[in-house]
Design a protein around this ligand. Sequence first.
Ligand SMILES: Cc1cc2nc3c(=O)[nH]c(=O)nc-3n(C[C@H](O)[C@H](O)[C@H](O)COP(=O)(O)O)c2cc1C
Length: 184
Amino acid sequence: MSAQDHQVELVAIVGSLRRASVNAAVARAAAGVATAARVTMHDISDLPFYDGDTEAAGLPEPVERLNRVVGAAEGLLLFSPEYNSSLPAVTKNVIDWLSRPPKVWDGLPVGLVAATPGQRAGLGVREHFTTMLDRRPMRVFETLGIGSYGDKLDADGELTDPETLIELADYVDRFAQFCRDGAE
Ligand SMILES: Cc1cc2nc3c(=O)[nH]c(=O)nc-3n(C[C@H](O)[C@H](O)[C@H](O)COP(=O)(O)O)c2cc1C
């Protein structure tokens, strides 16, 4: 099997805890349309807030699990809402834990997709994400914004808009290539 045939193992983490999260629907759609990557969702609903005392007392099991899953992946894709023009606490909390020892994300490719009801397609969260991680030791990929999501979901809240699915598949496959390029 050539390196190009190999499906890149990506972990997807959703920065929204809502049952009907649109960003979770986008993550599911990404897992369905990707051809160059296998996208596995990782649930972080039991991840505690970062707290230095908790960390000093020994990493809780959900943090150990996060480190294990992200450490084993070839790339990390965050699917995040925009809150108040920036990252929601849920997304930021994942980043805060991952930035701490054992720092399993050193050298790891990281991308972010943001879906919002408005037309700006999460420009604020995407810009803050890129700026924030610029000097970190992981490899930051470009971001993808999906705006006006109300027009792109079906009655069950799943992402079904054909153009958006093509855009998403292209993004994930290019991200997979970015992961491969760094591994060579
Ligand atoms: C506290 C809060 C702040 C928000 N701020 C923004 C914002 O700055 N820009 C935006 O486009 N949407 C904003 N929204 C709307 C979210 O984009 C919308 O609720 C989205 O569906 C959340 O993602 P989810 O469906 O994955 O949970 C905000 C929502 C909440 C609850």
